[in-house]
Design a protein around this ligand. Structure first.
Ligand code: DX5
Ligand code: ZN
Length: 219
């Protein structure tokens, strides 16, 4: 399996210092910057939209992983592609026509990601895997940083890893929510290869150390 990548979520960053915060985790070894777009309808919080993605694009060369927690995501794909996203993810629960939206994401030369809430079963991927470059499994209910990890995602990661490997597909498995020193090694062992982290990275004084710890590189 390829190297584990760490994607700090700027939902836990000091937004008044966004550029410095992103540069800090980039120099600390982050692989990806994770940007949570929440509309207050799909999930109970309101964050930001394309302008913040564009601002982040201006301060880092790292891939931008845009996690859309919005209703009708198909209406906003072009905007996020133009703003500089590299990966655009939609929730399977938010789109009745996911194959079309995922194909649209790819048509802009972006990686497509499908996200599953904790309660959503893997069978929801049955007719979607050919359209995705990444599956994001939520390990908290979407909306906020700093929530408690739901351990039921562990067997879900394992089953998805087995399925992807059996089919010989090159699909990343990303996990988001409550990733910390206890849960990161469990997720890696189960087969996740991208870990999102809000609090554990941005809540640490030494972000480089937190990133190494999550990746399992020791401290
Ligand atoms: C939650 C977001 C996450 C969040 C993770 O809806 O999708 O990306 O920022 O934060 P932690 O790692 O603190 O659970
Ligand atoms: Zn997220």
């Amino acid at each position: 399996m390829n190297r584990v990548r760490i994607a700090p979520s700027v939902l836990s960053a000091d937004l008044a210092r966004l550029g410095d915060e992103i540069r800090d985790v980039e120099s600390g070894g982050a692989d990806i910057i994770h940007l949570d777009v929440i509309d207050g309808r799909f999930a109970p919080n309101i964050t930001w939209g394309q302008p913040l993605v564009r601002a982040a694009r201006g301060v880092t060369k790292l891939p931008l992983d845009v996690h859309l927690m919005i209703v009708e995501p198909d209406r906003h794909i072009e905007g996020f592609a133009e703003a500089g996203a590299d990966v655009i993810g939609i929730h399977v629960e938010a789109d009745l026509h996911a194959p079309r939206t995922l194909t649209r994401i790819r048509s802009f030369g972006k990686k497509s990601s499908i996200t599953l809430n904790p309660q959503t079963g893997l069978e929801s991927l049955d007719y979607l895997l050919e359209f995705v470059d990444q599956v994001l499994l939520m390990s908290v209910n979407p909306g906020f940083s700093g929530q408690k990890f739901l351990p039921s995602v562990l067997p879900k990661v394992r089953a998805l890893r087995e399925r992807i490997d059996r089919l010989g597909l090159a699909i990343d498995i990303e996990v988001d929510g409550g990733v910390d020193d206890i849960t990161a090694p469990q997720l890696i062992e189960a087969g996740a290869n991208i870990l999102v982290s809000g609090q554990t990275v941005f809540g640490s004084a030494d972000r480089a150390k937190a990133i190494r710890m999550l990746r399992g590189d020791g401290s």
